[in-house]
Design a protein. Structure first.
Length: 364
């Protein structure tokens, strides 16, 4: 198989963790006789520094012509600490999502058995947890208009907007996932307060009744189930009863917050991959940020990025065997304590970012 992959290392630790994921992809290509061609491009703070645009047209062109996109991270303290900055790295991420039509963000949450003790949550609560958060990615507060501040700067405003078309499109992704998972979709909203949430509940329920109510889950042999949960309750249930969930469907802002909160189930945000799916191309990235404090220190955990590469192989290329080989190698690394300082106990020896990448690439 010959495939072109757009590679966007981004800011902070992005280049270091992307290097390890590419290393593992190269090992897979060699073992399974594939050819992966990588086209690198700028995004985020490094793109602003280079050309003044956090998502340059050249980067967009490279992404549009790729079979999939592998992305590192965005963010730079020099912009975070400057409230007057008119151009910010994060604008590049939002522009990229919108320009590429990446409307569905999938974030699987499944703790490693060998790392259950790393989570601040009780082991009996998280053991067996296996859920995926399906987050709408191109609507809601992050994109709604109007937005801004009053002339005197005393008032700021954002607008949350959703259409039935947007909601139905993402809901289909959730229901299709439920069919091949455990058959249970939970819609998370705030329908007791927000008009947009009431539209979400109405639209998802209508779609379920029309097309999915009688669909059978392959794993359970039972009909697909749909239930509802207010976002404040969902935040509590995620950490007190995470095994309740299978597919969590929600809007942009709620999904952003809940998926980061759910990282405590695994014990480290450095373990969680994600996929952002569009109609023509998909982008794969770790859910963590640019971690500028670790930049250049060779201590960042690359496993989330490597697992994102596994998602890329399976979801965009249909290479399930190869993806599972990467996942098994990551499990092996964790079980044999071949990991970075974020997972090590005080005084315990650990590996560098590069050494973890070498280890996983060597056994994939």
């Amino acid at each position: 198989m010959n495939k072109n992959i757009a590679v966007l290392p981004g800011d902070g630790i992005g280049p270091e963790i992307i290097e390890q994921a590419v290393k593992v992809l190269d090992a897979v290509a060699k073992k399974y006789n594939h050819t992966f061609t990588y086209n690198y491009a700028l995004v985020g703070g490094c793109a602003i520094d280079e050309c003044g645009d956090p998502y340059p047209e050249q980067t967009h062109s490279i992404c549009c012509n790729a079979d999939a996109v592998l992305f590192g991270s965005i963010g730079d303290p020099k912009y975070d600490n400057n409230p007057t900055a008119k151009v910010r790295p994060e604008q590049g991420l939002l522009k990229m999502r919108k320009s590429l039509g990446l409307y569905a963000n999938l974030r699987p949450i499944e703790p490693f058995d060998a790392l259950l003790d790393k989570s601040p949550l009780k082991e009996e609560r998280i053991k067996g947890a296996n859920l995926v958060i399906v987050r709408e990615l191109t609507g809601g507060l992050y994109f709604g208009e109007p937005r801004g501040r009053s002339e005197n700067g005393e008032v700021a405003f954002d607008t949350c907007v959703y259409s039935k078309k947007e909601i139905e499109r993402i809901a289909r992704k959730a229901f299709e996932l439920a069919i091949i998972r455990k058959g249970h979709v939970t819609l998370v909203d705030k329908a007791n307060v927000l008009a947009t949430s009431r539209l979400w509940r109405e639209t998802v329920t209508d779609l379920y009744n029309r097309e999915y109510k009688d669909k059978i889950c392959k794993a359970t042999g039972e009909s697909i189930k749909l239930d509802y949960m207010f976002v404040d309750n969902a935040a509590m249930q995620l950490v007190t009863a995470p095994t309740f969930f299978d597919v969590v469907l929600t809007e942009n802002l709620f999904g952003d917050i809940l998926s980061d909160q759910a990282s405590v189930i695994t014990g480290s945000i450095g373990l969680l991959p994600s996929a952002s799916i569009g109609d023509k191309v998909a982008l794969y990235e770790p859910i963590h940020g640019s971690f500028p404090q670790a930049k250049g220190k060779n201590i960042a955990n690359p496993i989330a990025t490597i697992l994102s590469a596994a998602m890329l192989l399976e979801t965009s290329f249909g290479l399930t065997e190869e993806a599972n080989a990467i996942r098994k190698a990551c499990i092996n690394a964790v079980e044999n304590k071949k990991y970075t300082p974020d997972l090590a106990n005080p005084g315990q020896s650990c590996l560098t970012t590069q050494q973890v990448g070498d280890y996983i690439a060597g056994i994939v």
